[in-house]
Design a protein around this ligand. Sequence first.
Ligand SMILES: [Zn+2]
Length: 400
Amino acid sequence: MRVLIRTDSVFTGVEEEGIADSRSILVENGSIIKLMDNFEEDPSVDKVIDARGFFVMPGLIDLHVHLSATAGANLARSLVEKTEYGAIRAYKYAYKSLMAGFTTLRDLGSNGYQIVALKEAILDDIVKGPRVIAAGRPITETGGHADTPFSNGRVSDGEVEVRKAVREQIKQGADVIKIHVSGGGTSPHDDPSEPQFSVGEIENIVEESHSKFRKVAAHAQSNAGIRNAATAKVDTIEHALFMDDEACSLIRNNNLTIVPTMVSPLMTSKYGKDAGVPEWAVRKATEALDPHSSSVRLARKHKLKIGFGTDAGTPFNLHGNNGKEFECLVDLGGLTPEEALYSATGIAGDALGPKYRVGKIAPGYDADIIFVEGSPMDDIGVMTRPERIKQVLVRGAEMK
Ligand SMILES: [Zn+2]
């Protein structure tokens, strides 16, 4: 199946290239073959898709979502419903995100394996959805960020047991390993500024995961946790709340990516109190706002790779509104609109590793492409409005 996409120009997602003055993109069996600076009728092409008049860019990647979470105020809801029910609801969330232009979602932890099942159902073409990369259950120490009945993390302690926890996730079909190396906002008895897991434990997790070709994503809010995770060479530092120059240097020297998720504490802080989110969770979210902004600004100064993530599913951080993070990165984090677009395309795709050919409109990459009405380079606010995403292609197939 050969598809030709007719364009005015293309935001490639490749940082060195920026916007290519390309008039068409040739796609064969779901993969991008080449960008061409002309458009010619070609009898060997099965279909021509006209994208003229739109801002054409790679499908968006959200490196940090929780499709099992409802974005409601009641953190303990999962205790009174079946995980199987959660799987069906997660399908709806994934589809909503897809319609908003997110063609790849990395699910960083659920209370069971329902998102692994969703991923498989999408791959088997049982339901239409984005590419899902699932972590299964997050790995956490006793009393750690996911050691709550509603998070149901895989609690493990010690260098031997953490390896077993990794192997269990892989056995259940996890594509990526999620760990918690600091406290967080939605756990009652820990503090975002404390570290969790020792460097030795994290190193064992990383070695075990990498030996089985899985990346490691570390929930790391505290400065100590960030440093421990960076020292142990995890792949992505999630949230990266309390950064300083030294942490930035460690991250840069080890060539890691940070994933800030700025929209998450903003939403909890803004709407949580009136809706009945626990007082401690609202307080921790509110206290996170300033350090989060200054940490992203510092990371940018240090030229760190900033990948796009939302933590969608946390209170009032709705699936399908993932685009709000673009505005946060620009308005609060000081990124240019162009930098924000790279964070959700080329940079995020690279962070997933070579197994996934996503995030760039370049030869050999999957033809995950979106057509946006209006230019996000001029007004990043365009990306916060799902109705501006006029077409979504996954591996060259039209989803809208
Ligand atoms: Zn999260």
